[in-house]
Write a protein that binds this ligand. Structure first.
Ligand SMILES: O=C(O)C1=C[C@@H](OP(=O)(O)O)[C@@H](O)[C@H](O)C1
Ligand SMILES: C=C(OP(=O)(O)O)C(=O)O
Length: 450
């Protein structure tokens, strides 16, 4: 629950070559969904490789509050005894989703078609984020919501007693909104149809099929049309969570910009709806290879090998790729600052409603580190002057945003002088072993005096 504790200022000093193997934790998106779908199945779902970051732990607590039995057996090893679709109990207290947009939005969807009431809150970052994008479609099922002005948390959802199925076109590229509607559709009789114009991460669709729901996906001229048949009995699963490509991004990008580096990041999920960053880096000229490509749990997986890449060039990132790398733009901007020329990133206005306004947070911090950044409402560009050109020496605000904190710490590894962040505490939401993992590769990231 980031933001509830004291800030942890951190500093990253320029370091020698990074080398070794970086075993990053489990995928955050799949971890949330494993717990939520496990809670909606009948019987015991077993999970290994679960991300034990604060965001996911908050979802585990929430599933307990809705009546599921959620138990940790060892590191990453969990079980969920689910209560079945429509079996959620009414929580006896407020559900605190901490820093997690995914957690709160998916859980709101999952409970919205049951005759129960729940109140949701989060930290200072989550309570600023827009929730109408979820409560608008949930109201079509018959759910009611009462939140703060602008559709902000804290917010109470009164679930629909007699839910009706819905056909909904998601107005922005958002897997969270798509997933909230699908999870709500689970307890509505008949077929719920969700249309997305741009493909976003498809873990919910894949996992719903795995849990035995009747779900189909059709690619049409209007986009992806997802049809789900409501009120199934979901069958418990044994889930092995792949390692998170969004976390892999940090050691990969650090290796590309720190002279002499050679880092292996094994077992990374390369679902095409998630792997846009790696394609982009390769287009920039990164020495990034996929080794030992294989399929695990129905998902493409490879070991990523990243080596220092002194000749990377700025590129125009295709806007249609944005959804497949949406959380990776902050760290891409750090690579762009160490490449040569302009990296143009368009079609990214969703970055403004994440844990922070990520365009603004990176622009301000990078400029303070001597980097030229331009921005508009839905685009930004970074002009790089090659390896070693980032002057650094600044303390950057992380705005309760893990990806901003980690991006500036990666920037410090290749800057001329150290870069600090005012608060590294949010890193624990998604990547609790970031500090020891980066230290083991040779980085010099330390907690600094405030
Ligand atoms: O569905 C998910 O697991 C996620 C979807 C994305 O958010 P949006 O749906 O808001 O784009 C992403 O930024 C987030 O980290 C995880
Ligand atoms: C945007 C993110 O997460 P969430 O929306 O779940 O808070 C993220 O992890 O980068």
């Amino acid at each position: 629950m980031s933001g509830h504790g004291a800030p942890i200022p951190m500093t990253s000093a320029p370091c020698g070559p990074l080398s070794g193997t970086a075993e990053v934790p489990g995928d955050k998106s799949i971890s949330h969904r494993s717990l939520i779908l496990g809670a909606m199945a009948v019987g015991e779902t077993k999970i290994t490789g679960l991300l034990e970051g604060e965001d996911v732990i908050d979802t585990a607590k929430a599933m307990r509050a809705f009546g599921a039995e959620v138990t940790q057996h060892g590191p990453g090893s969990w079980s969920v005894f689910g209560v079945g679709v429509g079996g959620f109990a009414e929580p006896g207290n407020v559900i605190d989703c901490g820093n997690s947009g995914t957690g709160v939005r998916l859980i709101m969807g999952a409970m919205a078609t049951s005759p129960i009431t729940a109140t949701f809150t989060g930290d200072a970052s989550l309570n600023k984020r827009p929730m109408a994008r979820v409560t608008d479609p949930l109201s079509l099922f018959g759910a009611q919501s009462y939140g703060r002005k602008g559709g902000r948390l804290p917010m109470t959802i009164v679930g629909a007693a007699d839910p009706v199925p819905v056909r909904y076109t998601v107005p922005m590229p958002s897997a969270q909104v798509k997933s909230a509607v699908l999870l709500a559709g689970l307890n509505a009789p008949g077929q719920t149809v969700v249309v997305e114009k741009e493909a976003t991460r498809d873990h919910t669709e894949r996992m719903l099929a795995g849990f035995g729901a009747t779900i189909s996906v059709e690619e049409t001229d209007d986009g992806r049309v997802i049809t789900l048949t409501g009120q199934p009995e979901l069958t418990p699963q044994t889930i092995v969570v792949p390692r998170d490509p969004s976390s892999a991004a940090f050691p990969v990008c650090a290796a590309l910009i720190v002279p002499g580096s050679d880092v292996l990041v094994p077992g990374i999920g390369l679902n095409p709806t998630r792997a846009g960053l790696f394609t982009t880096l390769r287009e920039m000229g990164a020495d990034l290879t996929y080794e030992n490509e294989r399929t695990e749990g129905g998902e493409p997986v490879a070991d990523l090998r990243a080596r220092f890449s002194p000749d990377m060039k700025g590129i125009e990132v295709p806007p249609e790729r944005a959804a497949s790398m949406i959380d990776e733009y902050p760290v891409l901007s750090v690579v762009a600052a160490n490449a040569t020329g302009v990296t143009m990133m368009r079609g990214v206005k969703e970055l403004r409603v994440k844990e922070s306004d990520r365009i603004d947070a990176m622009a301000v911090g990078l400029r303070a580190c001597g980097v030229e950044v331009d921005e508009g409402e839905d685009w930004w560009s970074v002009t790089g002057n090659g390896p070693g050109s980032v002057t650094g020496g600044a303390t950057c605000a992380s705005h309760l945003d893990h990806r901003i904190a980690m991006s500036f710490l990666v920037a410090g590894m290749a800057a001329r002088t150290a870069i600090s962040v005012d608060d590294g505490a949010p890193i624990a939401t998604s990547f609790p072993i970031f500090e020891p993992l980066m230290a083991q590769l040779g980085a010099q990231v330390e907690r600094s005096a405030p």
